[in-house]
Design a binder for this molecule. Structure first.
Ligand code: MHF
Ligand code: KIV
Ligand code: MG
Length: 289
């Protein structure tokens, strides 16, 4: 058994092997991710789309995030548990932000929290850090800005936007974030940010030069067959588990129809005498008692 992954261990990986992070939303998923020796489990607000069937992540609430985060924690993973603060849980006031962050730690058993946004969110990030809660930043294509961005669009493509993102990244690192997710930005910008800051960058649609990578569990395993077939460019499917599951369930259904499920060894029995008496009694009710 390898040691529990800690915040200092993650920070040290800036100068070590690449970091890996995958989402998980419940205990069995967390066990699967942990058995693959992934460094960090992200209880992402993407659960709103991947498991709750919503069209965007704005529907995730603090209570929902706590419910899923606590389920992941019950698997007792070696991986560090990072939980997303959902939209509007860190936008209203410092007080509300700290209370929500505290609930995600105390009730959700998160070991670090991830917040979207740059300098605009700095007061809230500083408040959470002051409460001794580790913070992971998230810049670029921030899904909670879905409406403001006009959809999921690659960010930082022009010079001015790129400069703003570099300044945001520096500000978050300076404030004390322990790592930074870079989502949906050109590879050269992610490479520059990675060089310019002292904390690890974790990319998703940000090229190969980040200090680590993150993907959504359902995307990696093709558990989310989008009827439109549309998937982000950065997704690589490593297995077709939905297909495998459908085939298995079709086989189960066929076995039930054929009477080959359940088999004898999948069935409970009583002793022969009880069985015989029971049949006689039920077929000749007048002979009972
Ligand atoms: N299953 C899942 N995986 C994710 O990675 C994910 C979620 N859900 N939900 C929350 C956000 C939404 N994400 C997304 C969703 C779509 C694109 C996408 O279609 N991007 C376009 C970019 C278009 C452009 O060039 O601007 C693409 O074609 O890749 C990107 C990120 C990432 N997050
Ligand atoms: C896509 C990742 C980075 C995320 O924030 C999520 O899964 O919610
Ligand atoms: Mg998220």
């Amino acid at each position: 058994m390898r040691d529990k992954v800690t915040i200092p261990a993650i920070k040290a990986r800036k100068h070590g092997p690449k970091l890996t992070m995958v989402t998980a939303y419940d205990a069995p998923m967390a066990r699967i991710v942990d058995q693959a020796d992934i460094d960090m489990i992200l209880v992402g607000d993407s659960l709103a789309t991947t498991v709750l069937g919503q069209t965007d992540t704005l529907a995730a609430t603090v209570d929902i995030m706590i419910h899923h985060s606590a389920s992941v924690a019950r698997a007792n993973p070696r991986a560090l548990i990072v939980t997303d603060m959902p939209w509007l849980s860190y936008h209203v006031s410092r007080e509300e932000t700290i209370r929500n962050a505290g609930r995600l730690i105390r009730e959700g058993k998160a070991e670090a929290l991830k917040l979207e946004g740059g300098r605009k969110r700095l007061p809230m990030i500083e408040a959470i850090l002051a409460a001794e809660i580790p913070v992971m930043g998230h810049l670029g294509l921030t899904p909670q800005s879905f409406h403001a961005m006009g959809g999921y669009r690659v960010q930082g493509k022009d010079l001015e936007a790129a400069r703003e993102l570099i300044a945001d990244a520096k500000a978050l690192a300076q404030a004390g974030a322990f790592a930074l997710v870079l989502e949906g930005i050109p590879d050269v910008l992610a490479e520059i940010i990675t060089q310019e800051i002292a904390i690890p960058t974790i990319g998703i649609g940000a090229g190969v030069h980040c200090d680590g990578q993150v993907l959504v569990f359902h995307d990696v395993l093709s558990f989310n067959p989008d009827p439109t077939g549309k998937q982000a460019k950065f997704v690589r499917q490593y297995a077709q588990l939905a297909e495998l599951a459908t085939t298995a369930l079709q086989q189960y259904s066929a076995d039930v129809q054929a009477g080959t499920f359940p088999a004898d060894n999948e069935t409970y029995h009583t002793n022969a005498e009880v069985a015989r008496t029971l049949r006689v009694a039920i077929n000749n009710p007048q002979h009972e008692q």
